[in-house]
Design a protein around this ligand. Structure first.
Ligand code: G3P
Ligand code: CA
Length: 367
């Protein structure tokens, strides 16, 4: 175990420093792989499940996404104290579970620095899987999605293995492959904590026969070094997540001054192409908004990425006015639905290869 941790840390450090010669990527090979992942048009990824309708990152949310037609379901991954991968958007679980109401865990409340930011709450790495399983998921944004609170307290925190088992069962029942699109969350943080996510992810994919070119799997990360390291161990396509501001935390920690914006320049995309098959871009990088929230002209990102053989999947599409561009809001009620179909139309016209959607049914119908 200790040796595995050291190996991953060393590998990541070497990749950052450019000291690891990464195996050459076959452009044709990756194009073949991503083409096989693409049905009749852009793929629809159930973002944290169908999180517009159920508390996110629960088996109920993933199942609904698949039944609504999503091609992939997306578990964000963090680690438990005993090294199990579980689906949560962040390791702090006070905002998406009932942990704060559990007196037996009151003493676990802590303040930690996560990717340079002080965070107070309860953290998955301080709980065994058995302890986490006593908690129940709650809606993250109850003011915007009050209906989802109906389901508070009903669902467990799922493991990655449970998400894979679900995707298999639903693939058989629905007679189409439901892919998985896991994301490593806070990879540097978990490496430093001695709970590296990457070896566990490789192990789970290997054990499930999902580490091959034909597997319906994408692996994504907001950091760079861990994707470069994963490239040496995974045969499935990798996706570099790119935000519209800030920088990958592994860059920040290493003193590398490059930002996410630098990653989507032609030079940046060329580098991404050496280890990834695609870019997972914040929507604003594809079609920016002006100061009043109205859509502007599309950027050249999709064209630039396609020229370099990269697919582009954008995030996050949500039906509520709160999240829509000003062009498509229908009222000042932030939780009411706006003209989501019009937003999809604009983004599909920009040439996207996939969308992360909280309301997968709307995305599928738009497609
Ligand atoms: O992974 C794509 C998208 O989900 C990134 O945003 O913060 O929802 O993980 P986030
Ligand atoms: Ca994600």
């Amino acid at each position: 175990m200790a040796r595995t941790r050291i190996a991953w840390a060393a590998l990541a450090a070497l990749a950052v420093a450019g000291a690891v010669t990464l195996p050459p990527t076959s452009a044709l090979g990756d194009r073949d792989t991503t083409a096989a992942h693409r049905p009749d048009g852009p793929i629809v990824i159930g973002h944290r499940g169908a999180s517009g309708y159920r508390p996110e990152h629960t088996l109920a949310a993933y199942e609904l996404a698949a039944r609504m037609g999503a091609d992939y379901i997306e578990p964000d991954l963090v680690s438990t104290k005993d090294g199990q991968l579980v689906a949560r958007h962040e390791n702090e679980i006070g905002g998406t579970t009932d942990v704060a109401a559990k007196p037996e865990f009151a003493s676990r409340k802590a303040t930690k620095t996560i990717d340079g930011v002080a965070v107070t709450g309860w953290f998955t790495e301080d709980f065994t899987l058995a302890e986490l399983k006593t908690l129940r998921a709650t809606e993250r944004i109850p003011d915007t999605r009050p209906r989802n609170t109906l389901y508070n307290g009903r669902y467990e925190i799922p493991t990655l293995q449970e998400v894979i088992d679900l995707s298999r069962r639903l693939s058989r029942e629905l007679r189409r492959d439901i892919g998985i699109y896991p994301e490593t969350k806070h990879p540097t943080y978990f490496q430093d904590a001695g709970l590296a996510l990457e070896p566990k992810l490789v192990d789970v994919l290997n054990r499930n026969g999902l580490n091959h070119r034909g597997a319906r799997v994408y692996v994504q990360s907001f950091e760079v070094a861990n994707l470069k390291a994963l490239k040496r161990h995974l045969r499935v396509p990798l996706v570099q997540l790119v935000n519209s501001s800030g920088a990958p935390y592994d860059f920040v920690k290493a003193g590398d001054k490059r930002t996410y914006r630098d990653l989507v320049t032609p030079d940046g995309l060329r580098e991404i192409r050496t280890y990834a098959a695609g870019v997972g871009a914040a929507k604003d990088l594809v079609i920016p908004r002006d100061a009043k929230g109205f859509l502007q002209a599309p950027t050249s990102l999709v064209r630039d990425a396609h020229l370099r053989g990269l697919v582009v999947h954008a995030w996050t599409f949500r039906n509520e006015n709160a999240f829509l561009p000003a062009d498509f809001r229908t009222s000042s009620d932030s939780s009411a639905y706006g003209r989501a179909f019009d937003e999809y139309a604009r983004f599909f016209a920009a040439g996207l290869d996939g969308v992360f959607a909280d309301n997968p049914d709307t995305a599928v119908e738009s497609r």
